[in-house]
Design a protein around this ligand. Structure first.
Ligand code: SF4
Length: 86
């Protein structure tokens, strides 16, 4: 499953990091970024789209549901499903 965080909408409350700390992290600028392979994805648009391992999909969806900024977008890896960066 693919995931994207839109930092323009992020409130910096850290809920996503509490729910899925392996996937989301607040940075020094107070905004949330995806964690991928131990690194923060700092790109924008398609460059900011990360992958969620199958075992982490439930927590990623929960983080997206709870996000007060509505800035976490999740989508399938399937070409038939919406791209979160679209
Ligand atoms: S839950 Fe949403 S608004 Fe809050 S820090 Fe995470 S991405 Fe930002």
């Amino acid at each position: 499953m693919r995931v994207l965080v839109d930092q323009d909408l992020c409130t910096g409350d850290g809920l996503c990091e509490e729910i899925a700390p392996d996937l989301f992290q607040l940075a020094a600028d107070g905004l949330c970024y995806l964690r991928q392979g131990g690194q923060l994805l700092r790109g924008r648009g398609p460059a900011a789209v990360g992958q969620v391992a199958p075992e982490a999909e439930e927590s990623a969806r929960e983080a997206a549901d709870e996000c007060p900024g509505e800035c976490i977008f999740v989508g399938s890896s399937s070409p038939q499903e919406p791209d979160p960066a679209a």
